[in-house]
Design a protein. Sequence first.
Length: 240
Amino acid sequence: MAGDKKVDKKFSRRDFVVGSGTAIAGGAITALSPATQVAAAAESYPLSTAYLVYDSKHCAGCYGCMIACSLVHEGEVSLSLSRIQIHRAVLAEYPLDISINVCRQCPEPLCVKNCPTGAAHVSAANGNIRMIDAEKCIGCETCIKSCPHIPHRTIWNPQTKKSTKCDMCVNTPYYNKKGGIGGSQACVEACPANALKIVNELPSQTDISGYDRNLQPPRKPGGPFGPGAKPKAAKPAPKA
């Protein structure tokens, strides 16, 4: 994984000044309220029109979404290459035993802001999804280091030596359906518990509550038989 890879790099005085300025600016933005942060970010980066939300309480932890993601993007089953990551804490109790980590399509995408080549970008042609252009990626891992979330939502591919991230299935050479805005997403289609969904409105950025939500349909009054209905009595077994 990217977090295990050590990078030996000497920083010049200019690098230090630029990095310090970015950190100060980032601290100033963090001090603002979530609503103010979104408004400020929207001035520079148009908001994405699609967000992947999830229901951790109904996730079965089957890894079906991860398998589907790696298959349609990479053509192979690889949990480490999946752009959605499911982590299971075997010693934790429900509902803390499963955590679902997806790209949040941040209002202020630091991966885009800090990418030196423009590989990480806001795709206007695809509903302002935050994406990575593999052709422009030089494998510097700046986008991974810039991601403020742990685990990082940008994924390192050790085979191609490039970064990847959720693109709402825009670039899926092994998918037999059209992805992207208005299309299908492999992880959503593969989830047997309906614990994944694409929404169009920006989720709350305060914590994970905007992304981790109840996605199950409301139960009908009176259960599956309808309001006031009673299940039919079982017929007596035939006499021998």
